[in-house]
Design a protein around this ligand. Structure first.
Ligand SMILES: Nc1ncnc2c1ncn2[C@@H]1O[C@H](COP(=O)(O)OP(=O)(O)OP(=O)(O)O)[C@@H](O)[C@H]1O
Ligand SMILES: [Mg+2]
Length: 338
């Protein structure tokens, strides 16, 4: 075979394109000193793609804006600015109830607390057959079989036994698997998983990550995986975005970002991982202070208060998110073009 005839791996086109996503909330107290409204900058100018069969991780400490990004993508919030394209269509300002329902069936969410999202008086079967019925996924006489297939596909077998159980009869990990099976029922193209393992015992977290890994390949799902634990992002993600105080400070392919972390904040997050290979234990992050609530921010880098490399320039102007190597972007004056 000639070199030219070798099959070329072509990357799938993104199913979701997020550009300049911005979400501001009115700050408590309403108006500022000159009668103007003050705004919390929860998310500022965030851009990324979600691609079938890939996991994109959004990493950052509490308050960095991760869940706000997810809520905008699920169209629970209408963004202040930016665009969300889904299958090439602009869904940023969808308003019609029917359109929103259709969109939300395609773009499903998995939450931190699986118990909170399950009805304690209903069986597992009830939870999974509901979306099958509402969205008319299979004919009525095939619903039971599909429920069992879905339970098996998330590792709950014997499926017949699990179908008859109530949420309190399951472990945390099994409950999260039921929640995942329920989202899969409607055959979504995008799954938004907001801290799906952080409430689970450390010993079972890896099982849920492995399940996500398996599903992205077997069902060609585009995953957005939200976490404060950079070790778990290393384990599962193909691409990573590191967020601080509403902004992306570094983004790119996981290997590039985590093997060669450039932003001082990414380095700080990595320094808190006891052993990058073991990881997943959620040790507390060292460093002064917490993520600030950003209200009408001045022109400055938002990380200055905690940055070990802070320079005068950082306090007077905001660095740009600039490409330092193909696909690897960083927002920091330590690097050219910022
Ligand atoms: N509805 C809201 N109204 C006002 N401020 C909000 C609202 N939702 C979020 N915020 C603020 O926006 C910022 C980002 O919050 P967000 O919940 O997105 O962070 P997060 O990264 O998901 O944090 P956590 O890890 O704690 O879940 C915070 O300062 C938060 O107080
Ligand atoms: Mg959150």
């Amino acid at each position: 075979m000639s070199a030219q005839a070798l099959p070329v791996e072509v990357a799938a086109p993104p199913v979701m394109r997020v550009e300049g996503l911005t979400m501001h909330f009115p700050a408590g107290g309403g108006v500022g000193p000159f009668g103007t409204r003050r705004w919390i900058h929860a998310v500022d100018d965030v851009s990324f793609d979600l691609t079938p069969g890939r996991v994109t991780a959004l990493v950052g400490e509490s308050g960095s804006g991760k869940s706000t990004v997810v809520r905008c993508l699920a169209r629970l919030y209408e963004p202040t600015a930016g665009t969300i394209m889904f299958h090439g269509e602009d869904v940023t300002h969808l308003k019609q109830r029917k359109e929103l329902l259709q969109y939300r069936a395609q773009v499903q969410m998995i939450f931190q607390d699986p118990f909170g999202s399950l009805n304690p008086v209903k069986t597992v079967e009830h939870h999974i057959e509901r979306p099958l019925k509402i969205h008319h996924i299979v004919p009525r006489n095939e619903i039971h079989r599909r429920v069992l297939d879905l339970l098996s596909s998330v590792g709950l077998s014997p499926a017949q036994e699990f179908a008859a159980k109530y949420p309190h009869q399951l472990s945390g990990g099994q409950r999260q698997r039921v929640a995942i099976a329920r989202t899969l029922a409607v055959e979504p193209t995008v799954l938004l998983a907001d801290e799906p393992i952080s409430m689970l015992d450390v010993s079972i977290r890896i099982g849920i990550l492995n399940l996500m890994h398996e599903l992205k390949a077997s069902r060609n799902i585009a995953f957005l995986y939200i976490t404060h634990d950079i070790a778990s992002a290393r384990y599962i993600a193909d691409d990573v975005l590191v967020m601080y105080a509403g902004q992306v400070v570094e983004q790119g392919p996981t290997d590039a970002v985590l093997q060669n972390p450039l932003h001082p904040y990414t380095r700080l997050l990595l320094s808190a991982v006891p052993n990058p290979e073991a990881g997943l234990t959620g040790r507390r992050i060292q460093g002064r202070g917490e993520v600030p609530v950003v209200i009408d921010p001045p022109e400055a880098c938002r990380f200055t208060a905690r940055c070990p490399n802070v320079m005068d320039r950082c306090r007077t102007a905001m660095p740009r998110l600039a490409e330092v190597e193909p696909g690897h972007l960083v927002r920091c004056y330590l690097y050219p073009n910022s």
